[in-house]
Each structure stands twice: as C-alpha cells, then as structure tokens.
Design a protein around this ligand. Structure first.
Ligand code: SF4
Ligand code: SF4
Length: 141
C-alpha cells in the first residue's frame, strides 16, 4: 500500500459481520475435504449438500432467507471455525483490500476490526494476501 508501512487490524470479539455480508464464500478443493472431515461427512456428500461447483470455482451454497452462510450460528459464530475456508481465514487481508489504501479504508465500514489493535507490517499483509491469489486462481488469475 503506497505511503504506508503498516495496517491496523484486530478481529473484534463477538463480531460476525463479515459472515453476514452479502457475497459468496469460495472454497478450495482442500477446504472441501477438510470441512467434510470435520463434519464427519464424505467429501461427495458434503459437496452435494453444501457446495456449488462451476468450471473454475467452488463456493458454498447459501441457506436462503437472506442468510449468507450455513455455518454461521446465532450467538456462537462459525461452527466450522477450525477448518474455515481460506477466504474466511485470511479476511480482511484480501489482495483487493491490502493493495489499495482507499479500499482498505472503505472496508472499515463493513469490518469494525480495521483500524483497531495491533499494527501489521505491510509485507506481512501482502504475504497473507498472496495466499489468496494462490488459493483462488479462478478469481485472481
Ligand atoms: S467483520 Fe472484521 S471484526 Fe468482525 S468478525 Fe469479521 S474480521 Fe472480525
Ligand atoms: S464459513 Fe464460517 S467464517 Fe466463513 S462465512 Fe461461513 S460462518 Fe463465516
């Protein structure tokens, strides 16, 4: 990010705003296998029930009723947290946010953790965002 060597971020306890934001949760093939195992399901069974597969991407199906994710439980948070998808684990260190000061600041309207807590070196933030590019070539290629 030009002109700034650090970003500030700390996820806020009890917050689940990013899990309720309108959008898709993309997963990797490894996520699919790990989440299925965590839920004690076969990968094929998990995929049939929870995943929408296109030629280049996999994404979680939405539960309907305006909800964004099957795995968000009211008053608890993410029920698959130990194995949550790459994009959830890395948020808000996504390339489109980390690489633009303007977008990072704008995202603070959605994420109350932006601008709070510890300072993160831009190099570390870019390293994390690089994981996103590797995980989702169908989005970032
Ligand atoms: S919106 Fe930000 S602060 Fe809230 S849960 Fe998501 S990452 Fe954490
Ligand atoms: S998988 Fe978990 S962290 Fe990701 S959007 Fe769903 S509830 Fe949130």
């Amino acid at each position: 990010m030009e002109g700034s060597l650090t970003l500030q971020f700390e996820c806020q306890r009890g917050c689940t705003k990013c899990c309720q934001t309108e959008g898709y949760v993309y997963i990797t093939e490894k996520d699919l296998v790990r989440i299925a195992k965590f839920l004690k399901m076969k990968p094929a069974e998990f995929e049939e029930r929870y995943v929408y597969r296109t030629k280049h991407l996999l994404r979680l199906r939405k539960p309907g009723g305006g909800k964004q994710c099957h795995f968000l439980k009211d008053g608890f948070g993410c029920t698959i947290h130990p194995v949550n998808p790459v994009q959830c684990r890395l948020y808000p260190f996504w390339p489109e946010l980390v690489e633009s000061r303007k977008e990072w600041k704008r995202e603070a309207r959605r994420c109350p953790g932006i601008g709070k807590g510890e300072l993160i070196q831009i190099g570390d933030a870019l390293e994390k965002s690089g994981e996103m590019r590797v995980a989702y070539p169908g989005i970032y290629e």
